[in-house]
Design a protein. Structure first.
Length: 472
């Protein structure tokens, strides 16, 4: 028996590849299937099952394409109503894989079909659980995402999750290994550890959710402090439930190379969203007007999903040369399939064609430290409320990037402001959105708070509540 965790940092997502005696199973696969198929061929094993812990909200699974390519059935837990052929397994149902057994533990609460897969080794001993979004390391799945589908409140779902954990997970032995679907950085939980594998015994000791004195305390603990889910979540759930266009078709269409004239015509004719995935250090110096910058070298897919929201809206891409396929692939993982093509030759070709370009007003950290007057200048911190509460530039306002569509309307176009994030990645996203909406009255601080913290700019951890933007 072999178990491999295939972890994708951008999505903070873990897929699992299991083999035993010539047979394989894959749990919660990513959208692109070629790496799995190549691995199966290399190992000389047959894919027997594709297990899905639940209908994912934060990414589009590769289950449909993988099943079509291999003939392996897709297995969900109870209550799964799919728009394609799938097995909706019974609670306690056993699936033999080579010399091992995978047992379905129905653990609703995050969603109604959520299930944990218990792997029993060759001796029949409970070896590990693939806990999906039921149990994370340091946290449990958020119970507010399935409210509409379940016709239940988040408190009712949290109570259901409590029962699932206490009856199905906690009785398992301490030496059982926990393989969760996500780690730190995922929007599917609020308190996840950076580690991606642990023993159940350790989680019983340190996980705040598993150490509540009763159900009422658990419900309160797991529902407090939940941020609104990203807008694209519901659309991803629908794709995972109903099916989707094949990844190969999405990739072929997205890799249509467009000359600057064709790119400009496509943008004008389709109303497409122009997404520039270059690093912020290159973007601020020049970009196609109306472009939004979300760099590949960061939390690319989650920010794309959170800020663009409508996965069906047409997209046009500006990338570093050679990064086109990676960009299309990573966008498809969160459901952005309507990619019309990319700018051939990148931004350099755009300039060589004599097209108009735009820039972002950026200031070096040292210059910011010399020039800013905190008694007169307005400073906006676009980090999360928690980051802001820990430490921030004195008198700065907190306006998190995740809520830019709410606070942008309150900006006075006549009042200049400085803007920073943690390291410059998010502030460049915000700068590009502001410019696309017609705002020019700001200066982005290079390097963000990480760089500012090494200067003499006054900083404080006092949180003035009038300057904090609360999540709606």
């Amino acid at each position: 028996m072999k178990i491999e965790q295939i972890y994708t940092g951008c999505l903070a997502q873990g897929a699992y590849y299991i083999t035993s005696n010539g047979e394989a199973a894959i749990i919660d696969p990513l959208r692109e299937t070629a790496p799995y198929i190549n691995r199966l061929q290399k190992d000389g094993v047959k894919l027997k099952y594709i297990f899905e812990t639940h209908f994912h909200a934060d990414f589009v699974s590769g289950h449909v394409d993988l099943s079509k390519a291999t003939g392996a059935p897709i297995v969900y837990g109870p209550n799964a109503a799919c728009g394609f052929d799938c097995i909706s397994a019974k609670d306690g149902e056993l699936f033999k894989l080579g010399d091992i057994i995978i047992k379905v533990l129905h653990t609703p609460g995050h969603t109604l079909e959520s299930s944990t897969f218990l792997l029993k080794d060759e001796t029949g001993k409970d070896y590990c659980i693939f806990s999906g979004d039921t149990l994370f390391l340091g946290d449990v799945g958020r119970p507010d995402l399935a409210q509409k589908a379940a016709n239940m409140t988040k408190e009712e779902l949290a109570g259901m999750l409590y029962d699932s954990l206490m009856k199905k997970i906690m009785p398992l032995a301490d030496d059982v290994i926990v393989y969760p679907a996500h780690g730190a950085g995922s929007a599917c939980g609020k308190n996840m550890m950076k580690e991606t594998v642990d023993s159940l015994g350790n989680q019983k000791r340190i996980n705040y959710a598993l150490n509540q004195p009763n159900k009422a305390a658990f419900v309160k603990a797991v529902t407090d402090g939940l941020l609104p889910p990203p807008a694209y979540f519901g659309l991803n759930v629908a794709m995972n439930k109903k099916g989707y266009e094949s990844f190969d078709s999405v990739l072929k269409r997205g890799l249509q190379a467009l000359t600057p004239d064709e790119f400009e015509a496509a943008a004008d004719g389709s109303g497409a969203f122009i997404l520039d995935t270059r690093d912020s250090a290159a973007f601020y110096k020049g970009f196609v007007p109306q472009s939004v910058n979300i760099g590949l070298n960061g939390d690319f897919a989650p920010w794309a999903g959170a800020l663009m929201a409508d996965v069906k809206h047409p997209l046009l891409l500006v990338t570093e040369e050679g990064k086109e396929a990676e960009t299309v692939t990573r966008l498809s993982r969160v459901g952005f399939d309507n990619i019309l093509g990319y700018l051939k030759g990148g931004f350099t070709a755009w300039l060589q064609a004599g097209k108009e370009a735009d820039v972002v007003d950026q200031i070096a950290t040292a210059d910011f430290a010399r020039e800013v007057n905190l008694s007169q200048d307005k400073v906006i911190d676009i980090r999360t409320e928690a980051e802001y509460a820990a430490e921030h530039v004195q008198d700065a306002y907190n306006r998190p990037l995740a809520y830019i569509n709410h606070w942008i309307k309150d900006i006075d176009p006549k009042e200049h402001f400085f803007m920073y994030c943690g390291s410059g990645y998010r502030s460049m996203i915000a700068a590009s959105i502001l410019e696309a909406r017609g705002y020019r009255n700001f200066t982005e601080v290079a390097g963000g708070f990480k760089a500012i913290s090494n200067t003499a700019v006054p900083k404080t951890n006092f949180v003035c509540q009038s300057k904090v933007m609360k999540a709606e």
